[in-house]
Design a binder for this molecule. Structure first.
Ligand SMILES: [Zn+2]
Length: 70
């Protein structure tokens, strides 16, 4: 996963986890259900907001976030 320095703030972007638009390191997270061929839409997420959990029973790595924070 690539880490980028400054998020693109156009369109009023806010991190979906913290709800802020701070200019700090971020990663791109693919959005489920948006795959088209080899492409997938992605959301910018602050790197230091990510705290993942690995569910070994179902093979998912995830983070539950508060819906509708944007
Ligand atoms: Zn954040």
């Amino acid at each position: 996963m690539n880490v980028f320095k400054k998020p693109n703030l156009s369109g009023g972007w806010k991190c979906p986890i913290c709800g802020k638009s701070d200019e700090k390191e971020f990663v791109l997270i693919g959005i489920e259900g948006t795959e088209e061929g080899l492409n997938i839409q992605a959301e910018q997420v602050h790197l230091d907001c990510i705290e993942l959990t690995y569910d070994t029973r179902i093979g998912f790595i995830y983070q539950k976030i508060e819906k509708g924070i944007k």
